[in-house]
Design a protein around this ligand. Structure first.
Ligand code: F6R
Length: 592
């Protein structure tokens, strides 16, 4: 989703803004732009497509005299992908970049049009610029407050007011923005990773706060009152954005999984007490979006079967609006790679408002969800660049699995803890072997990449794994794919099975192995091209069978996941898709 950055200091502003903007590319975008200001002018340069297109335009200009600027990557919401709709948007003396969505834009725009104001773009952002210009007064903080009160929705804004061209203003409401504090220079950005190679000191704005930033000073307001904010020193990993010889980040990230599993899990395997004690809870609500929610579905199976605790999994975008029946013994677990997903943040805030205990499983350190939850476990997968999650998802599953093991042990359902911990210790090696069978997955991709539809079937925990396998395939290869509880197929979907339709059955759970196998045979009897992914002890001799090592219930699902990731990856490559940046998708979904 949109990314914003800003700079004020002695350096050439474009030389800070463009590299910073590039560090936000992973979020997904379709156009980019920059505004550079000095006392006399504010130049705006924009282009559609990748940042490199913008750079080509910048290279033709002499921009050495600009030491203040704002820049933006746009993921279109209001209006098509055009240069006019790209940010910065300018009206009168105001130039702004915006991440978020203004929900009452139509109303406001209509009123302004009645006042004969002509809009150049189709964006909601231009409306904000018009309002700021309309209500402009010498106390710009007052102006901003007035406009904020008129806007409904979410916004992180970076603003240049030409009357005060030695300042940047930023505003935050429900969209992320962080200030980077430098030495005689200051920065802002949608996330730390865009500016952490300039500074390790950050100020996190809370909702409804405004910052006035000069080269020397940062003043933060709530309403018109100055408030004091902590400056946090945070040493983060600086991603080198190097594919390390892999053709895509996604393949690199899939291959990183054994190592990062080891890095993340070792401390818990050495001392499981480092994981939170969940014994006081009677039920769990796992809330997340997309793959993170599918990780939660695996967690549900393990929590219920192994630790006998009722677990509900809900999509955050629904959870936030539905009546929730909590009791004081409900723990709400939110899961998010980015820690900035708007719906998941809203669900977390709802749970907190209702005074529920909250635990977050997050990858990005110091992200909004990591900061807001009562307790946070980090997946520590380092930065994930490919839009489709792989390593962060795997770590989410692994942490949920370990949490369920600990709870099962604490509640006395499991006594031989060491046996299970040993299996987790072996997990990185098991995974290396799964990933090493790369050739097999490439062969499968060669068969399925021309298919119209692909189905994944499984029951219980295997169904939860299927959901992620299906999402991975469709999001990067654009092949229509669905995951079904194997028993449901007969109730409608089996009519879609034609000669050659690929059907992947996942069978790792012995209790339903025969049932799912029968369902697979039902499809192959109707011409489907069936694949069975199963374990050594459950193998059947099925013609197209991928076998993974037997492992404990806690580790077993983790062995299947890379197979599905790699099949999706090679299929997308054969289809010549933009694997790391699938069309229409954003890495960090910061709007509803
Ligand atoms: C799919 C994918 C998405 C995310 C979802 C939640 O590959 O990456 O489905 O899982 O958008 O994002 P986070 O985990 O950042 O909250």
């Amino acid at each position: 989703m949109c990314g914003i950055v800003g700079y004020i200091g002695n350096r050439k502003a474009n030389e800070v803004l463009i590299p910073s903007l590039k560090r936000l590319e992973y979020r997904g975008y379709d156009s980019a732009g920059i505004a550079l200001a000095n006392n006399t002018t504010c130049q705006i340069i924009k282009s559609v497509g990748k940042i490199i297109n913008l750079e080509k335009k910048l290279n033709k200009k002499d921009l050495d005299s600009y030491h203040l600027g704002i820049a933006h990557t746009r993921w279109a919401t209001h209006g098509a992908v055009t240069e006019v709709n790209a940010h910065p948007q300018q009206y009168g003396k105001i130039t702004i970049v915006h991440n978020g969505i203004i929900e009452n834009v139509d109303n406001i725009k209509e009123k302004l049009q009645r006042e004969n104001i002509k809009f150049k773009s189709e964006t909601d952002t231009e409306v904000i610029a018009v309002l700021l210009n309309k209500y402009l007064e010498s106390n710009f903080i007052k102006t901003i407050n007035k406009v904020m009160n008129l806007l409904k929705g979410s916004f992180a804004l970076g603003i240049i007011n030409q009357d005060e061209a030695n300042k940047l203003y930023i505003v935050k409401k429900s969209s992320p923005v962080v200030i980077g504090v430098g030495d005689n220079e200051n920065f802002f950005a949608s996330d730390i990773s865009a500016i952490n190679y300039f500074t390790n000191k950050f100020i996190f704005l809370d909702d409804n706060e405004i910052a006035e930033i000069t080269q020397e000073k940062i003043v933060v307001y709530n309403g018109c009152n100055i408030i004091s904010k902590n400056v946090n020193t945070i040493n983060t990993d600086i991603n080198d954005y190097d594919k390390k010889g892999y053709p895509h980040f996604m393949l690199k990230e899939i291959n990183e999984q054994p190592q990062i599993l080891k890095n993340t899990l070792t401390k818990y395997l050495n001392d499981i007490k480092l994981l939170p004690d969940l014994t006081s809870y009677q039920e769990l609500h796992i809330v997340a979006c997309g793959s993170a929610m599918y990780a939660g579905m695996i967690g549900k199976q393990l929590f219920e079967q192994q630790a006998h605790i009722k677990t509900y999994v809900e999509v955050a975008s629904e959870y936030r609006y539905q009546e929730q029946l909590y009791n004081e013994k409900t723990l709400v677990i939110v899961i998010s790679q980015s820690g900035e997903t708007a719906d998941t943040i809203a669900a977390l805030r709802k749970a907190k408002k209702q005074k529920q205990d909250t635990l977050a499983i997050v990858n990005v350190k110091n992200s909004t969800i990591a900061r807001d939850a009562d307790n946070c476990l980090y997946t520590e997968a380092f930065e994930e660049i490919a839009v489709a999650t792989t390593k962060a998802y795997t770590l989410q599953v692994a942490l949920l699995s370990l949490l369920s093991l600990k709870l099962a042990y604490d509640k006395g359902y499991i006594t031989d803890l060491d046996k299970y911990l040993k299996d987790f210790r072996q997990l990185p090696n098991y995974l290396k072997k799964v990933i090493a069978q790369d050739q097999k997955y490439q062969e499968i991709a060669k068969v399925i990449y021309k298919s119209k539809d692909v189905f994944f079937i499984g029951r219980k925990i295997d169904y939860a794994i299927c959901l992620e396998g299906s999402l991975k395939l469709k999001e990067i290869s654009y092949i229509h794919s669905e995951a079904y509880q194997a028993g449901e197929l007969k109730h409608g979907t089996i009519s879609l099975i034609d000669k050659g339709t690929p059907v992947f059955a996942i069978i790792t759970d012995q209790s339903i192995a025969d049932k799912t196998m029968s369902n697979l045979i039902e499809t192959t009897s109707r011409g489907a091209n069936g694949y069975l992914i199963t374990t050594e002890s459950l193998k059947t001799g099925f013609a197209q069978e991928i076998i993974v090592k037997d492992a404990t219930n806690f580790v077993q699902p983790l062995l299947v996941i890379p197979i599905l990731q790699l099949i999706a990856y090679y299929t997308a490559c054969l289809k010549k898709c933009d694997v790391d940046k699938p069309k229409n998708l954003a890495k960090s979904v910061t709007v509803e």
